[in-house]
Design a protein around this ligand. Structure first.
Ligand SMILES: Cc1ncc(COP(=O)(O)O)c(C=O)c1O
Length: 454
């Protein structure tokens, strides 16, 4: 690939203009220029693989227990086992190794929600290169903390990635630091592609590889490597419906600003696909799947329960795509899921698991009106417990109850064994109480119920 010589240019992409003044005058990186996108090649990926080999783990890619339950042969590429918990180390190390002497001395700067920042900080520390990272205030606390532990200069600024990026550009100019875009710098894309070379060595006869997609760097690197070596393998991208910028780019024919909302897959929350990532991958991606938050939460739960893997929302998206039925054409086929990251705040993990249990029909909320006479609530509790359901929470409401004054409305949050157990509870309560509802109960059992033993 050939690089432009200038240091910085003004970004004037039409999509940026559409978004208005916030991005309009953003100083952009010459290596991520919409007018001159760079197509990363297979040779770039192999050169990255050679260079980073000694500093990056060749993570396992083994057949998963989930195979039996999905009707597919599922292989999990566990790149969350990298030192900083994500695949981002691959590109980060390669980009740092490719700096010239002067650039190494001065140091680099990156803007990131977390994984890219951690990766650059860690490898910068290893290679003795000073690192500054700008993280928006929404970045997960755990990821911010980790960057500090690697002795980096951590700047918390901006409500979102755009604002953080803007600050990083400013500092980059001011201090002469090399800016490393986390998904669009050509070396980053090439580095991420090394994941595919490992997978192809580890798993024979692959039918499809499922790639979590944010700015598109991982998708681009993987697709160029895979399609060069074996064009028969399908490349499937997955993104959250709350930040579906790649699907929007596909619909638009080029990257376009896509408003994003808070998502469990925070690593994918990039509002505009990278220009180089797009140029490299646009003709190589076979299908893009958009998943909702419920499936992501359920996928995180499944990985924990079935695989004993703690995977962050972004990393769990591949399984979410299977769970929601969008990959049914691969039943009986050999599918690799990339578990791209495991950095999830413990508090968020707790919430995800609760959401996953609710989506699975194993955590249920019942609203029931019972007698307020002594023993009325006790009777309800006894009934619930009689079939082995455990009560997690219970709230009483008297003021807004419209039936007689000797009634109390009780909201009971229950933990059940599985969907069928919840249905049993439903039928039991419906038989006994006139005013009773299950709130937000899934209409159908999810495909991978843990009630099946494996
Ligand atoms: C865990 C994880 N998975 C996937 C991605 C998507 O990578 P890309 O932005 O290159 O599409 C990211 C991006 O930060 C990530 O952190």
């Amino acid at each position: 690939m050939e690089y432009p010589k200038c240091d910085f240019i003004i970004c004037n992409s039409s999509s940026s203009q559409e978004h208005g003044s916030e991005i309009n005058n953003l100083l952009d990186d010459p290596l991520c220029n919409p007018e001159h996108p760079i197509k990363v090649t297979f040779e770039d990926v192999t050169s990255a693989a050679y260079k980073i080999k000694s500093g990056i783990k060749n993570t396992p890619c083994e057949k998963s227990h989930i195979s039996q339950l999905t009707g597919m042969n599922i292989f999990l590429k566990k790149d969350f086992l990298q030192h900083t918990g994500s695949f981002k180390e691959r590109g980060a190390r390669y980009a740092l190794l490719m700096l010239d002497e002067q650039e190494r001395k001065k140091g680099v700067i990156a803007a990131s929600l977390g994984n890219h920042a951690q990766a650059v900080c860690y490898h910068g520390h290893q290679l003795n290169i000073p690192v500054t990272v700008v993280m928006p205030i929404i970045a997960p606390i755990m990821k911010i903390q980790k960057c500090r532990e690697y002795n980096a200069n951590v700047v918390i600024e901006g409500q979102n990635m755009f604002e953080a990026k803007q600050k990083a550009y400013e500092l980059s100019k001011e201090r002469g630091l090399k800016y490393i875009n986390g998904y669009d710098h050509p070396h980053i894309i090439a580095g991420q592609g090394t994941l595919a070379l490992e997978i192809l060595e580890q798993v024979p006869d692959i039918d499809a590889i499922v790639v979590p997609t944010g700015g598109g760097g991982l998708l681009a690197g993987i697709s160029v490597a895979v399609k060069t070596l074996n064009p028969r393998i399908k490349i499937i991208g997955v993104e959250s419906e709350r930040c579906a910028s790649y699907s929007q780019a596909m619909a638009n024919g080029k990257p376009i600003y896509t408003p994003i909302e808070g998502t469990l897959a925070d690593g994918l929350a990039v509002p505009e696909v990278g220009y180089n990532a797009w140029e490299t991958s646009k003709d190589l991606v076979d299908k893009m799947i958009v998943v909702n938050e419920e499936w992501v939460a359920l996928a995180i739960l499944r990985f924990l329960e079935n695989e004993k893997c703690v995977v962050e929302g972004a990393g769990a998206c591949g399984l979410a795509a299977i769970l929601c039925g969008e990959m049914d054409e691969f039943k009986g086929k050999r599918v690799v899921l990339i578990l791209s990251g495991g950095n999830i705040d413990t508090t968020i993990l707790g919430r995800c698991l609760d959401r996953g249990l609710a989506a699975d029909g194993r955590l249920v909320k019942c609203r029931v009106t019972v007698s307020d006479r002594p023993g009325g609530i006790a009777e309800l509790c006894k009934l619930v417990c009689s079939i082995g359901v455990s009560i997690k929470d219970i709230i009483h409401e008297r003021a807004w109850v419209t039936s007689d004054v000797f009634s109390v409305e009780v909201i009971v949050v229950c933990e059940t064994r599985d969907y069928t157990h919840s249905v049993e509870l439903h039928n039991l309560l419906q038989e006994k109480y006139k005013n009773f509802v299950f709130e937000n109960f899934p209409a159908h059992p999810r495909s991978l119920s843990t009630s099946h033993s494996f």
